[in-house]
Design a protein around this ligand. Structure first.
Ligand SMILES: *Cc1c(COP(=O)(O)O)cnc(C)c1O
Length: 407
């Protein structure tokens, strides 16, 4: 990862993480070059103008990275947005949202209109599906779900109404890796917009636009923030798509608070070291789990047992800290016995923070185009920054509790 991906300007991704978004006009005084390291928190609703002429002029000009009114942001948010854009070669810009779901909703509303058809991956994050069913369908936008392993055969589902293809790779809960280059190549040919939920890999392990994706969406809540204390989403897009995304974001009044943007920028600076450690520790735990008699399968893109593992090896430069495993037999009660007694794993939603989490998940509930058949219940783990030996000892005892209830 560290040796690949040097951009046009010659800087590699880890260097960009340290430098991006720190414009001198946001960190120094006009008569004092140098200045502070991080852009400060600029809190604002009202922006004052020196006279009516200046106010009129501001209203008629572009508000991009210009102080205009608090809703259009201040340098704190612009700095974070610029940094996320720099991490995505080929991107024109980034818009920030109060949550990952808000970013997904805005991206879909920006590209779709009544009568359009959307192709949605069957392993999508559950709230993404809910938005399609409960918001898009009543507006006359049809969603057709497709098998995450479909690859170039997605051509068979395309009709004259197909306007967009939504991808999420690896998939939520089950981690199938999609053939993104095959799908984006076909979409480009047919004039179809591609959107990717890139939360798991982040641009560090998968620069999405370089692989032909038009719109890359992150739940910054997860790895960008990294400390389980801020909700945020982002959309980074190509020059062709950014104007529609920006327009929708403004029309919906979407923005983030400067305090949250500042915390997210702080998280971004250490994304590189955190992700490399999440990767290492998660692989240690996943490989250990794969050897346990009570584990049927480990669903981790870097393990050969994961559908699409070869695609992950071809396209991604790393793996992060979130994966699932399938238990051998047992029921809801046996799975709860495993999870309830864990001392180093919290039980809760979300992921991407420094602390480990264990979650019971039921993929069959969230599918319509494919069937989820498994040897037993599924547990999803967020591997945090604790010592993996402690996590393994904890899981070892958990599997003993599982066995005792399963019989
Ligand atoms: C958590 C998550 C989201 C939504 O992010 P929020 O900030 O919680 O709204 C979107 N996609 C994926 C894959 C996620 O895991």
């Amino acid at each position: 990862m560290t040796s690949r991906g040097s951009g046009k300007d010659g800087r590699r991704p880890l260097t960009k993480l340290a430098q991006a978004g720190r414009k001198p006009e946001w960190t120094s005084m006009p008569d004092q070059p140098g200045g502070i390291v991080n852009p400060p928190i600029w809190r604002a609703s009202t922006i004052l103008y020196e006279d009516v002429a200046h106010l009129r002029k501001a209203a008629g000009a572009s508000t991009h990275e210009r102080l205009f009114y608090g809703r259009k942001g201040t340098p704190t948010a612009w700095s974070l947005a610029d940094a996320l854009t720099e991490m995505e070669p080929g991107a024109e810009g980034t818009m920030l949202f109060p949550s990952g779901v808000a970013a997904i909703a805005c991206a879909l509303m920006a590209v779709l209109k009544p009568g359009d058809q959307l192709l949605m991956v069957d392993s999508a994050y559950d709230p993404t599906r809910n938005f399609c069913e409960q918001m898009l369908r009543p507006l006359g936008i049809e969603t057709v779900y497709y098998d995450p392993t479909i690859g170039a055969d997605i051509a068979d589902l395309v009709t004259s109404d197909t306007r967009a293809i939504f991808l999420e790779s690896p998939g939520s809960l089950t981690f199938e890796v999609q053939d993104i280059p095959a799908i984006t190549a076909l979409a480009r040919e047919r004039g179809i917009v591609t959107l990717l939920d890139n939360t798991w890999a982040t641009p560090l392990f998968f620069p999405a636009l370089s692989h032909g994706v038009d719109v890359s969406i992150l739940a910054c809540t997860k790895y960008i923030v990294g400390h389980s204390d801020v909700m945020m989403g982002s959309i980074t897009a190509t020059p062709a798509l950014l104007p529609a995304i920006r327009r929708s974001a403004y029309l919906f009044g979407q923005m983030t608070s400067p305090d949250d943007a500042w915390l997210a920028s702080r998280g971004l600076r250490t994304l590189g070291v955190r992700l490399l450690q999440h990767q290492d520790s998660a692989l240690t735990v996943a490989n250990w789990l794969a050897d346990q008699a009570d584990v049927a399968r480990v669903l981790h893109p870097a393990l050969p047992s994961c559908p699409g593992h070869d695609l992950w090896r071809r396209d991604f430069t790393g793996s992060s800290g979130l994966f699932s495993f399938v238990l051998k037999g047992g029921d809801e009660q046996a799975r709860a016995a495993l999870i309830d007694g864990l001392t180093h794993f919290g039980i809760g939603y979300s992921w991407g923070g420094f602390e480990s989490l264990a979650l019971p998940v039921d993929p069959a509930r969230h599918r319509t185009a494919t069937q989820w058949a498994a040897e037993g219940p599924v547990v999803r783990l967020n591997i945090g920054l604790e010592d993996p030996a402690d996590l393994i000892a904890d899981l070892d005892q958990g599997l003993a509790r599982f066995r005792a209830v399963r019989g």
